[in-house]
Design a protein around this ligand. Structure first.
Ligand code: FES
Length: 107
């Protein structure tokens, strides 16, 4: 079971065990972390915007073109930006840090 660390907007760290195969969005909701995910993973809202730093990004598959297009709706997008609903957590991702962001977006 992968263990990941969520970094809340105020900098607080929450280390949680997640069910393998669950998405970052599902893991956040399971642990009452503030990640909106308004569209439920349909890639139309970008309110599941999270940041994953480069050293951890190497453990993730790259974003699809659709994910990148939806990220364009998010506020404050950087090279670290990903959609939490599109990242399935596996044992290979054990130890990654997932930084929560403001759920404001431009749509
Ligand atoms: Fe809407 Fe991820 S939950 S894009």
């Amino acid at each position: 079971m992968p263990r990941v660390t969520f970094v809340e907007i105020n900098g607080a760290l929450r280390e949680v065990d997640v069910a393998p195969g669950s998405t970052v969005l599902e893991a956040a909701k399971a642990h009452d972390l503030p990640l909106a995910g308004t569209c439920g993973g349909s890639m139309v809202c970008a309110t599941c915007h999270v940041m994953i730093e480069a050293e951890d990004r190497a453990k993730l598959p790259p974003p699809s073109e659709d994910e990148e297009n939806t990220l364009d709706l998010a506020f404050g997008v950087t090279a670290d930006s990903r959609l939490g609903c599109q990242i399935k957590l596996t044992d290979a991702m054990h130890g990654i840090r997932i930084r929560l962001t403001s759920t404001m977006h431009q749509a």
